[in-house]
Design a protein around this ligand. Structure first.
Ligand SMILES: Cc1ncc(COP(=O)(O)O)c(C=O)c1O
Length: 374
């Protein structure tokens, strides 16, 4: 299909070999720990990556939008968990997908939701699986695993036929605050322990918990023991990114996503390059500051992947600013030169683009659609 010199800039590039390796490695790691993997497809929103994950042995997928659910269901992915808390405006769509034969499970921590969702499901004559969302320390949403709401909500879901209590679900998003394996492991162990203890509390009250579902890329990349956990939902690991490198989830050679960009302005006196990849192409996610304290929007490499020692340190809509006192680097990059900007936060960078240019080295071998939107 051509090479990186023939593509328009900016273009979103994905390195197929790295995706395959990332997907295989996580699948074998979670299988070896005795749990099922239900990858979160929000990172890639691409059917082809879902198929790679299926080949690696996943059991169902996780989605963050109903658009992802519809796109994947249309391609035969029929076991889906929608892992953003459900609200009444989406009940009809969820029930309709279940009626059409897709198991689309939802999550909630809200006392009003079970009865009102049950009423809609009952009218359609379908069962809907509902997980109770638990806060395992992130603080975004979910019931307190040690408080009274855990039991109350599990009972509400379990008694709201035709809903089925599917289990407990949490996301350790606070693992993104960790740095290095030891800190990640502390959070990973707490994530597991909090959830397994919550399931035991329910079991002691006679409520069976069919599934304990956890997952974040930092914790799943390092956890060593998943006893009591049935399912892991990792997303970012398919691509990884510079943020995950800084956290310590992966190495630089695992980052599969970059944005092809051209130099559109060079000013030697000011030590400045401007790229045609701005906020729209890279996203405005500054991720996590590098160990030297510099916050940026991505690191520049050559088309072959060689580090250039340059970072995008400021953005406007279609411009990326690269400030440097490295004259030799400036000499290598005249207007028209092409570079790749490694993604800072791949989930957000990918979602800026309608499709991926799939690369093997510098050859473009395929194009994958990104099923964006809601
Ligand atoms: C509910 C939920 N589950 C799983 C994940 C996957 O996390 P990660 O991309 O760190 O693997 C996320 C990510 O935002 C999430 O919100």
């Amino acid at each position: 299909m051509g090479d990186l010199h023939a593509l328009p800039t900016p273009s979103l590039l994905v390195d197929r070999a790295r995706v395959e390796r990332n997907v295989m490695r996580m699948a074998s790691r979670i299988a070896a720990l005795g749990a099922r993997l239900r990858p979160h497809v929000k990172t890639h929103k691409a059917i082809e990556v879902g198929r790679l994950q299926a080949q690696a042995g996943m059991q169902g997928i996780t989605v963050s939008t109903l658009a992802e659910a519809r796109a994947f269901a249309a391609q035969g992915f029929d076991n889906i968990t929608y892992a953003v808390p459900i609200e009444p405006g989406k009940f009809a769509a969820v029930v309709a997908m279940n009626a059409e034969g897709t198991r689309l499970a939802v999550i909630t921590d809200d006392p009003e939701v079970p009865a009102s969702l049950a009423a809609v499901a009952k009218r359609a004559g379908v069962t809907v699986d509902v997980y109770l969302k638990v806060d395992c320390g992130y603080g975004r949403a979910g019931v307190d695993p040690e408080g009274p709401a855990l039991l109350e909500m599990a009972e509400r879901i379990g008694s709201a036929a035709p809903l089925r209590f599917a289990g407990l679900l949490a996301h350790a998003g606070h693992s993104y605050q960790a740095r290095g394996r030891a800190e990640i492991l502390t959070i990973a162990n707490a994530e597991r322990d909090v959830m397994v203890a919550a399931a035991r509390r329910l079991a002691a009250q006679g409520i069976a918990v069919p599934c304990v579902s956890i997952g974040s890329t930092p914790t799943a990349s390092h956890v060593e023991d998943l006893t009591g956990v049935h399912e892991v939902r990792t997303g970012n690991y398919a691509f990884y990114d510079l943020m995950q490198v800084t956290i310590g989830s992966c190495g630089a050679a695992d980052v599969a996503l970059s944005v092809l960009s051209a130099v559109v302005h060079r000013d030697r006196a000011q030590g400045k390059l401007i790229l045609d990849a701005g906020a729209i192409a890279l996203s405005k996610d500054a991720g996590i500051a590098d160990p030297d304290g510099v916050t940026h929007y991505g690191r520049l490499v050559t088309l072959e992947g060689e580090e250039l020692g340059l970072r995008v340190t400021a953005l406007s809509q279609e411009h990326g600013w690269v400030q440097t006192d490295d004259g030799a680097a400036l000499d290598r990059l005249p207007v028209g030169a092409r570079v790749r900007v490694l993604a800072n936060h791949s989930c957000l960078t990918a979602a800026q683009h309608a499709h991926y240019e799939v690369c093997e080295g510098t050859r473009v071998v395929d194009r994958w659609v990104n099923h964006r939107g809601w």
